[in-house]
Design a protein around this ligand. Structure first.
Ligand code: PEP
Length: 253
């Protein structure tokens, strides 16, 4: 099955008003690549201004709470993200799983709430270096996926178009280390099996992105791997100069 490539930037805790020009440059450059879907997931403080000023590039959040509203200091609901103009959100990034102690159950509830509200979701999973070195990466990440996946009945119709997985080995995030094409291919194929087991044919339509130190130099090799449908990009998404070559590599793949 052919799936359109999807390249998403994750700005993490980077970006203030003076960076809006960079977001405009990324939007303009991405719009000229017609066969790739792109998006930028920004700090909450920039979402509304970015979304209002760059209608051609979907803007997303980096996390969402599962509740509609309530006593959750510091959190953002799906309705709030939508109200600010966001079209999607990341859930389960390893920096939140580790830093904020988020569990698979938390991630599943967040994904379900976001999909039910009409937001796209990028659900992140990935193994630690210790798990990889112990030879347990595939089984561990498959189990993480199984436990984090939104239940099919929650938003069955939304799942193929609105829902993507990002496989991000924790040891590759922000380190300059990249998983080998063989290891990426093995993992993505194993994850595809789990998606089909969970959702039937719709599981074949869900895009699986790779994340972990993707840049202009390694993107083409990564996009050539079977079952790699795009990338979640951190550091190299902060400037148009670094991000657009990755979008172009996806276009050429
Ligand atoms: C990420 O934040 O999801 C990520 C993959 O970061 P980096 O590209 O910097 O490794």
């Amino acid at each position: 099955m052919t799936r359109r490539k999807y390249v998403v930037g994750n700005w993490k805790m980077h970006g203030v008003s003076s960076d809006l020009g960079e977001i405009h440059s990324i939007a303009a450059g991405s719009a000229s690549v017609s066969n790739v879907d792109t998006a930028l997931c920004l700090p909450a403080t920039l979402i509304e201004r970015a979304a209002r000023s760059v209608s051609i590039l979907p803007i997303g959040g980096q996390d969402v709470h599962w509740a509609d509203k309530g006593a959750h200091t510091g959190c953002i609901s799906a309705a709030m993200l939508l109200d600010a103009g966001a079209k999607l959100t990341i859930v389960g990034h390893s920096e939140r799983r580790e830093g904020q102690h988020e569990t698979n159950e938390d991630v599943r509830r967040k994904a379900e709430a976001a999909l039910a509200a009409g937001l796209g979701v990028i659900l992140c999973i990935g193994e630690s270096l210790g798990v990889r070195e112990a030879g347990q990466a595939v089984g561990t990440v498959q189990a993480q996926l199984d436990e984090s996946l939104p239940h099919a009945e929650v938003s069955a119709a939304a799942i193929p178009g609105q829902f993507a997985i990002a496989y991000e080995p924790i040891w590759a995030i922000g380190t300059g280390k990249v998983a080998s094409p063989a290891d990426i291919g093995e993992m993505h194929s194993a994850l595809r099996d789990r998606l089909v087991a969970a959702y039937g044919d719709a599981g074949n339509e869900i895009r699986i992105l790779y994340g972990g130190s993707v840049n202009a130099s390694n993107a083409a090799e990564i996009f050539a791997v079977d079952d790699v449908d795009g990338a979640l990009v951190g550091g190299a998404s902060l400037t148009a100069e670094k991000f657009l070559p990755i979008v172009q590599a996806a276009s050429a793949a």
